[in-house]
Design a protein around this ligand. Sequence first.
Ligand code: GLU
Length: 551
Amino acid sequence: MKNLNQMIADKIFPNVHLTLEDLDNKYPPRSLKEGAMVTRFAPSPTGFLHTGSLFTSLVSYRFAKQTDGVFFLRLEDTDQKREIRGSGDKVVEQLETFGVVPDESFLDEETPYGPLVQSERKDIYHAVIKSMIQSGDAYPCFCTHEELADIRSHQEKNKLLPGYYGEFATCRHLNQDDVLKRIERGDEFVIRFKSDGQVDQRVSFDDAIRGRIEFPANILDIVIMKTDGLPTYHFAHVVDDHFMRITHVTRGEEWMSSAPIHLEIFDRLAWPQPIYAHFPVIMKLDEGKRRKLSKRKDQEASVDYFLEKGYPIEGFLEYLMTLANSNFEEWRIKHPQADIFDFELSFNKMSLDGALFDIEKIKSISKDRLALMNAKTFTSNALEYAEKYEPRLEEIISLNRDYFEAIINIGRDQKKPRKDYEKYSDIFDVVSFMYDKYFYEMIQELPFDDRFSHDMIEDILNEYVNDTGLDLDQNEWFNKMKEKAVSRNFAARPKDYKKQPDAFVGHVGDYAEIIRVASCGKANTPNFYDILQILGKERVVERIKYTIGLL
Ligand code: GLU
């Protein structure tokens, strides 16, 4: 004979015939080598990859990869109000940009432990819930918003613990015949978990990062299925991570205090508990106070921001690794050119309290990474960036790749490479003068130092075009320029001029600047000799003559 719980379960889920056993057979433990970790990243479809989420997913991914395990992506779309169509695709694309490539993803047609989209897993959740109702571990609750509000205000007034538990869990105590009638009548309900937790009881678990942690036990009869038939996070997490055979739940610290709820559900279902690793939340210093990096207030909370600005992927990843493990930087110093993913992450080197986000550090790491990159890779990365975000940069690179590469190569192949760029969006302003279209625009302003008269500038330029010295090597070229400068009473050394500014017109640097402005349209450029060589004598002369014409 069916007991009342079974009758209620059948009434709610007449068409659910899957059992827990069926599910366990369908999703058996994964056959992986000893110690292999199965991790996941489980974004909600918000259309936005948070910098903190990239951090979490990167680290989860690396743990799986370095142990020959599995990393997968699950879409947590049970909050249907918030869903943004297609936003899951964008997150996957962005993760892949950072090298976080899942073994199984919610975009795949078929996966062995899928579907990996929660809204497509209703039959699985319903099977588990049906079995929990049958065993008396879950029950329908018909409380309206008003009734719940009344319970809350009663608790507040009497200074009692808030929530739906014990004597306040009114639907726990309903007569089951009434329950059946109300379901038949079509009353709206949610399903709640029946907690065994007692006030003042404590539970503990071992967090892979933080060690043993103790919390008050859960006492709440939390909602596990909403009126729309979809599960809540707490329940879906347990069911999914069980049937997807996760070994390590790597998630943000903000979930740590709800772990007792999750552990209680795992226990009740007699499922093995996964290992939890609660990652530090990324914080920001705001007027001296630490706070969470916020999607609303901080541009840098969005990974898009860094991609649009053109920070090199390598630099950003590098930075996230420094946040992940305190020994990463030491490793990097020893292995400056090594692949970042050769670094072995460990849980015990993760910081315990929020990691502080430091944009200045990202900038400096990015500069280093860009300086260490060879010119070919730099050029193809820059082109990839430009195709997406900066048409004028794309145009100049595509015009002649070798020419662009030669410019980028200035000061690169040497022991201490020049750090001219922090991000790809810096390139255009640095190099555009090398392209005639932009040079002839820039020179219209005649951006010469106004200490020098146009007559004198014209004289100097006329002399220079007649004998550029560009067939000489850098030293000879420079000495020749110095001689000419000295013959016009420019000091041979800047410090001589500094000491006696009235005795000279300027110093040799000022003299060179005049030629630099006339041929480049600006005073700041990478190594001038290299620039002139790349432009070639003919174009240099042409540019200077044009400038003379403008004076
Ligand atoms: N969807 C949850 C979130 O975005 C996932 C938390 C977890 O990894 O378990 O925060």
